[in-house]
Design a protein around this ligand. Structure first.
Ligand code: SME
Length: 157
């Protein structure tokens, strides 16, 4: 695993790159596609990187948004899995071993650890969650939380 310093540096660089690319772009899908692409290619410990959006037609369900990696599940209900838990609680979830998380949804059996960050607008509306999975256990820590929460806040609120 990379050093803490290197990880922090990579998050800072990714944040700058994302801000530069989405500057002036108000379309949400374009912004999410940029965030998932840049993050996914910035870190070796990322195996799947993407957004689940709150479905405007079914406000208690998440539906797949822009992502990078293997085929994702199309829908996740609020309260289900790590993503649904992040959506319900509006709190970032860090899961070191997905097999130890009751109700984890295995879209790809290779995913072993994950972090899910809620996306809340300045108006206080939950619009999505950002889900990042790794194919190794215990890959996400407070540096990932801080780096991702900062990027999500800068990009969507
Ligand atoms: N593992 C997630 C499901 C989404 S995917 O892994 C892409 C969960 O339990 O919420």
């Amino acid at each position: 695993m990379m050093t803490a310093e290197k990880k922090k540096y990579r998050y800072a660089e990714a944040a700058k790159e994302i801000a530069a690319v989405i500057d002036g772009e108000d379309n949400l899908i374009a912004r999410m596609a940029t965030v998932s692409n840049i993050l996914h290619h910035a870190f070796d410990h990322y195996f799947w990187t993407g957004f689940y959006l709150v479905d405007p037609n079914k406000p208690d369900a998440l539906v797949i948004g822009p992502y990078q990696g293997s085929l994702g599940c199309l829908r996740i209900a609020f309260g289900k899995g790590v993503c649904g838990t992040a959506a319900t609680t509006r709190q970032t979830q860090i899961v070191g071993d997905v097999h130890a998380f009751a109700g984890h949804i295995a879209c790809d059996a290779r995913s072993l650890s994950e972090i899910v960050v809620p996306v809340v607008t300045a108006a206080g509306d939950l619009i999505a969650v950002l889900d990042v999975d790794s194919d190794q256990k215990g890959q996400f820590d407070e540096i990932d939380r801080e780096g991702l929460e900062r990027i999500i806040q800068a990009s969507f609120s």
